[in-house]
Design a protein around this ligand. Structure first.
Ligand SMILES: O=C(O)C(=O)C[C@H](CCCc1ccccc1)C(=O)O
Ligand SMILES: [Zn+2]
Length: 295
């Protein structure tokens, strides 16, 4: 599975008119999920895992509910120095029941994407996430465990992509950490002492414009930046479950692929957290296995 940029799918043709004004008319009064950040980075964190961090975790962003028209107002008046905004709202029944967006969504190129889902043996569509970002926002490097068909609607987004096997150069946080699935490395100021292998990292760049679609296979790392050609950017994801061949696959082929090794390591970590109960014991036990025997 490799990422690919497609420029002729017409997947979200009917959404190319989703500018701020139009969305204000259709979403106006709806409450939407908006993240606020003092910096340009929006590092995702799982709030349910913050308690395992014996409270030395400080959330890098604040999650608020905001009426779309209020968000639109902030978007238009945003200036350097203001807190940055990143709307990330699931297109769920609540939103869809109360907006004309349904008509646009119904005319997406569903036959094309359903064909991809079928031919690639993906599981069911799990979520469409509508994202509107102020210019310059960055989603730091992370991977997701779903297949993703990423559609760019307005403005330009620059992806840097790395294969799953680059996990040894990207130093993911522990699986129990709020920043699980995210790289520990600050791309703008890498700590080469803590993360020496990051020096060897090499990524693939893809800049997406309106109408472009990026197929982002599960476990592929990506660093995403909203470019400054426009005041904001708008994107829509189509997330699919990975599908049966990535779980209890009938015939496992060897040698295993990077994403399979990633899944194995994550399972080992999770099993150790379960059995040791104390997350601080996982490191020492893994070291005890390694030291003098596997190094
Ligand atoms: O589509 C993707 O996978 C991306 O990473 C796109 C990224 C924002 C995603 C936010 C997010 C990260 C982790 C879990 C749920 C939501 C962007 O476009 O800035
Ligand atoms: Zn992602």
């Amino acid at each position: 599975m490799k990422p690919v940029v497609l420029t002729d799918t017409n997947l979200v043709g009917s959404a190319l008119k989703w500018n701020c004004h139009y969305l204000q008319e259709t979403l106006g009064n709806n409450l939407c999920t908006v993240y606020l950040s003092k910096t340009h980075k929006f590092k995702y964190f799982d709030v349910n895992q913050t308690k395992k961090c014996d409270n030395d975790f400080s959330p890098p962003t604040e999650k608020v509910l905001m009426k779309f028209q209020e968000f639109a107002k902030h978007l238009k008046s945003w200036e350097e120095g203001d807190r940055r905004l990143y709307m990330q709202q699931l297109l769920n029944e609540k939103i869809l029941n109360s907006s004309q967006l349904v008509n646009d969504i119904l005319t997406f190129n569903w036959s094309w994407i359903r064909r991809q889902q079928k031919q690639n043996n993906w599981g069911p569509l799990t979520a469409n996430l509508l994202m509107i970002s102020t210019q310059g926002n960055v989603t730091p490097a992370h991977f997701d465990n779903q297949q993703n068909v990423f559609a760019q609607i307005y403005g330009y987004k620059r992806f840097i992509l790395f294969p799953p096997e680059d996990y040894d150069k990207l130093y993911p946080h522990p699986v129990w950490h709020p920043h699980d699935r995210q790289s520990q490395v600050d791309f703008e100021n890498p700590d080469y002492t803590k993360f020496p292998k990051f020096r060897e990292i090499k990524g693939h760049e893809a800049v997406l414009g309106p109408g472009d679609v990026l197929y982002l296979p599960l476990y592929w790392w990506h660093h995403v930046e909203s470019l400054c050609q426009t005041q904001y950017t708008t994107s829509l994801t189509f997330w699919y479950k990975a599908g049966p061949t990535h779980g209890s696959s009938v015939t496992t082929m060897y040698p295993l692929e990077g994403y399979q090794k990633m899944a194995i390591m994550r399972n080992v970590e999770k099993m150790l957290v379960e059995t040791l109960k104390d997350v601080n014991e996982v490191g020492p036990l893994l070291r005890a296995i390694l030291e003098g025997r596997y190094t």
